[in-house]
Every structure is written in structure tokens, then in C-alpha cells.
Design a binder for this molecule. Sequence first.
Ligand SMILES: Nc1ncnc2c1ncn2[C@@H]1O[C@H](COP(=O)(O)OP(=O)(O)O)[C@@H](O)[C@H]1O
Ligand SMILES: [Mg+2]
Length: 278
Amino acid sequence: MVNRLPIEARGVSYAYAPGHWAVRNVDLDVPAGARIALLGANGAGKSTLLLLLSGAEHVCHGEILLHGSSAERSREGLRRWRREVGLLLQDPEDQLLAPTVEQDVAFGPLRGGVEEPRARQLVERALADMAIPHLATRPVHELSLGEKKRVALAGLLVQAPAVLLLDEPAAGLDPGGVRALREMLDTLARAGTAIIMATHDVDFAYEWASEVCVLFQGGILARGEPAEILADREMLTHASLEPPLLLEAALAVGGPSPFPRSRPEFREWARPTRRIAL
Ligand SMILES: Nc1ncnc2c1ncn2[C@@H]1O[C@H](COP(=O)(O)OP(=O)(O)O)[C@@H](O)[C@H]1O
Ligand SMILES: [Mg+2]
């Protein structure tokens, strides 16, 4: 039977300096279409785990599997890894390298040997998917942070990765930018892309994730259904996090489950019982 999990971590550990473990013995299996929120305080190991999953850093112990096979660090293996797994860095400045938007987005396909006319088509589609065709010829350095994040994401989407890793993608975006990001991620997850997002934003995770995974000092403290894991105040306090505001409000008021996970759901949930005058 073919193992269809696009990516798995098995007993993965990593230390930047001897004895200082940034990631400890992490097991993570990620099905296609998963929306996994990696939650944790600053320094919990989120970014390091994403770097390991992306192949940018080499595990000290354990292994990463891609579609059931051990990921290889040969030149060809790394090329495949890069194609299959895209990582959006927290700061798009670290990711965008070419002078113009279209050159930057075309970089991956051209490096992968795609012919120029085909690469141009792919770039056009990726820019359309990110709702930024109007930025195609703009110099990257002139763009706003939100625009740069969209360009960086277009540069990942153009490779049609099976797995998308996102490091604090909502940081620095305005509410409209966050909404657009969420819609785009929903579309990708529905199409089967597995998404793993590092964040300390429990409210975003509660609304967005199909599964949450709480990291503490490099290890996994808890993992499962968002509504269940994020209601565990004691565990969250231990991890220097707090329950999501919506969940806390619903629990305080009391009422039927499932509890609302978004503002529109909250309005629907609260109205019929007149629990709260809206
Ligand atoms: N480049 C680095 N060199 C040395 N230590 C690092 C480096 N990057 C991160 N660390 C350490 O690794 C641990 C995990 O950090 P990180 O993965 O960045 O956590 P998070 O993304 O959850 O804030 C922290 O103790 C941090 O200080
Ligand atoms: Mg980080």
C-alpha cells in the first residue's frame, strides 16, 4: 500500500549548538489537505521545525519522509524537496531576490528547467491566484509588506507544492490582508495542499486550523482538535499561551456546542438564545 502522506516527521530533533535542543523528538504526520497550526511561544521551536520540514536545515536525529520515502539530501533529492514543499519565511525580504515581481515568481520554474513560454504562463496564473497581476512589472523593493508576502506566496504557488509551510504569515498584515490570506489558504487546502502554519495567534488558529499542535521547548505538548486542545487552559498556560477569546467567551456564557469559531458563527450562535443582545 502506497503511503500517501505528503510529509511526515519521525523522531526529529535539532540543535543549533551542542546540547541546546531547539526541536526535540517531534513526530508529525501531515495528510493531504490538512490545515495544521503550530502554536507556541517565542522560542518554542516553530520556525526551526518548519526549516527542517522544508529541507533548509538538516535534522540531527530522526527523519523527514516525503510521500512515504525518506527525503534525500542529494542534489536531485533537494531539488524534489524544494518543488514538493514550499516555505514562506516570516520576513518576505529574506525570500524575494529578483528585481521585479514577475522575475521573482518565475525563478523557481526556470531553475527547475521549465521552458520560458511555459514559465510565463505559470507566473501569470500564480499572480492571478494571489490577486496581484497588476504588480507583475513592479520592482520588488517598492512594494508594501502585504504585497511582498503575496509575491512570495505566488513564488511558492507557481511550483504547485504538495505541502505549504508558513511562518507567521499573518504578522504585519491588515485585517483585509488576513482575510485574503485565509481565503487563499482555504482554496489551497480544498485542492489538497497540506498547510502547516507557525503562529502564536491562538484566535487565528482556532478559526482556521483543522488541527493544532502546541510546541513547548522544542517538543510537542499537545495535538488534536482545535476546540478540545484550545480549551485546555492549564496546558496553554504552561506553554505561555491563552485560550482563544471566542472560545473563552462561549465557555463563559455557556451554551450548545459546537462553539463558534469565527465572528459570523458567533453571531449565529448567540442570536437564537438571546444569550447576548447583539
Ligand atoms: N540561528 C540560530 N542560532 C542559534 N539558536 C537559534 C537560532 N534560531 C533559533 N535559535 C534558538 O532555537 C530555539 C527555537 O527557536 P525558533 O525555532 O526560532 O522558535 P519560534 O519560531 O517558536 O520562536 C530558541 O531557543 C532560539 O533561541
Ligand atoms: Mg519563529
